[in-house]
Design a protein. Structure first.
Length: 159
């Protein structure tokens, strides 16, 4: 079950990066968040067995943090469905700095959100410091395009 919690968002991210339509990406984001939350709730009922020779295991603390991650991700994914539906894919005009900027495609935003979920799940289940370090760095790399979503020089500076 631990492997499924990591692989499902990874596969969904690959699908999101390849998907061209915005509505399908948003639906994929919400469906994956719901599936991850369901698997996390199931882990409270039936503790999953360790995976990969004990490198991945959900102890009580890991399960608590995974639950927090899953609930926050579900909330933000449901919010992102409406947010991305309202965002225009055309150029925006910044009135203060008088420059134009455009948004990343929905598929990039959705794919990076799903990669972030997979890497955060790996962080909470990791029982090896090397793997934990790689997973934490993966969350950083997945979040950078999310910050640069608006393709504005201030977003680039924040990234």
């Amino acid at each position: 079950m631990i492997i499924a919690m990591i692989v499902i968002p990874l596969l969904a991210a690959v699908v999101a990066f390849a998907w061209r339509g915005g509505v399908g990406c948003r639906a994929l984001l919400a469906a994956t968040a719901l599936a991850h939350s369901a698997l996390t709730a199931l882990a409270w009922v039936n503790t999953p067995a360790p995976a990969l020779d004990g490198w991945l295991e959900l102890d009580t603390t890991g399960l608590l943090f995974l639950s927090i991650v899953s609930v926050l991700f579900l909330t933000s994914a449901l919010y992102c469905v409406g947010y991305l539906a309202q965002e225009r894919s055309t150029r925006h005009y910044d009135l203060v700095e008088r420059v134009y900027f455009s948004n990343e495609p929905d598929r990039i935003f959705t794919g990076c959100m799903l990669l972030f979920l997979a890497s955060m799940t790996l962080v909470t289940a990791s029982q090896n410091f090397g793997l934990l370090w790689v997973a934490v760095e993966a969350t950083t790399l997945a979040s950078a395009p999310l910050i640069y979503f608006h393709r504005h020089h201030r977003s680039l500076e924040a990234t």
